[in-house]
Design a protein around this ligand. Structure first.
Ligand SMILES: Nc1ncnc2c1ncn2[C@@H]1O[C@H](COP(=O)(O)OP(=O)(O)OP(=O)(O)O)[C@@H](O)[C@H]1O
Ligand SMILES: [Mg+2]
Length: 250
């Protein structure tokens, strides 16, 4: 069984096709980069995966559970950080993570163990008992990521979650996500920082006007990027989105 199965997903806003007949299957062990221009439809797709936006047609299954007909079971297997954070600002970091751990059914011992590990990973130990409303932008994004990861859900969806993170947090969280998928989980991550995605992901999915225009493994990307006319992931992205004329000017 696939961890994520999106079939023929369509979402329109008025006359605009934000997501256009999208199909995507993610298996365990995959860290998938979700790449595309501003407005390509990444966040709309991710919100639909999380059950926060209802599609016009098509379906989303997480670990076999349909997000429309079995939302509670599907969300039990999902960690999601939206592009626009919505956190419980009047909880402390510790209270916030404890709440999610409780919803995910973790034991008291497991809750304490995972909270300590994640706060340490995010360099938030010292801020554990401070209200989230007092956190800096990067600290808030890190506590949201810790919330998505607690309970090790099958699928973690991160929408621009690395924006504003300091270099050491980016490095540590990137390394953690790589090991996370090796535990039989999967990650879908959108970002415009293609070098970072190249170092972190095992699969590269390019969305253009709501449609898939490329779906490559890391091996395929490395093979393509060994040629002088497509020297890196940015050049590959520009080619696939019809902007090859910009490659020379990089
Ligand atoms: N609630 C909405 N009402 C109307 N249009 C919307 C709404 N949400 C998204 N859109 C439109 O749908 C398209 C896809 O938006 P989306 O936020 O999914 O893009 P994105 O790929 O996440 O872009 P970015 O890289 O800027 O985050 C855009 O044209 C956007 O204007
Ligand atoms: Mg977006």
């Amino acid at each position: 069984m696939s961890i994520l199965e999106i079939q023929n997903l369509c979402k329109t806003f008025g006359k605009l096709k934000a997501v256009d007949d999208l199909c995507m299957t993610i298996e365990e062990g995959q860290a998938v980069a979700f790449i595309g221009q501003n407005g390509a439809g990444k966040s709309t797709t991710m919100r639909t995966i999380a059950g926060l936006s209802s599609p016009d047609s098509g379906s989303v299954k997480i670990s076999g559970f349909d997000i429309a007909s079995s939302p509670v079971e599907a969300r039990q297997h999902l960690g999601y950080v939206p592009q626009e954070l919505s956190l419980y600002r009047y909880l402390t970091g510790d209270e916030y993570l404890s709440l999610i751990a409780k919803i995910r059914g973790l034991s008291a011992d497991e809750t304490e163990k995972q909270i300590s590990e994640l706060l340490n990973l995010c360099d938030l130990d010292a801020a554990r008992n401070r209200l989230i409303r007092e956190y800096s932008g990067g600290m808030a994004r890190k506590i949201a990521m810790a919330g998505a990861l607690i309970g090790t859900p099958d699928l973690v969806v991160l929408d621009e979650s690395f924006v504003g993170l300091d270099p050491e947090s980016t490095y540590k969280l990137g390394r953690y996500l790589k090991s996370y998928v090796l535990r039989g989980r999967a990650i879908l991550i959108s970002s415009h920082v293609l070098d970072m995605l190249h170092s972190m992901c095992t699969r590269f999915f390019i969305l253009h006007h709501g449609q898939c225009v490329a779906d490559y493994t890391l091996e395929q990307v490395n093979e393509i990027c060994s040629s002088p006319d497509t020297p890196n992931l940015t050049a590959l992205y520009l080619r696939k989105t019809g902007q090859a004329e910009l490659i020379e000017k990089q």
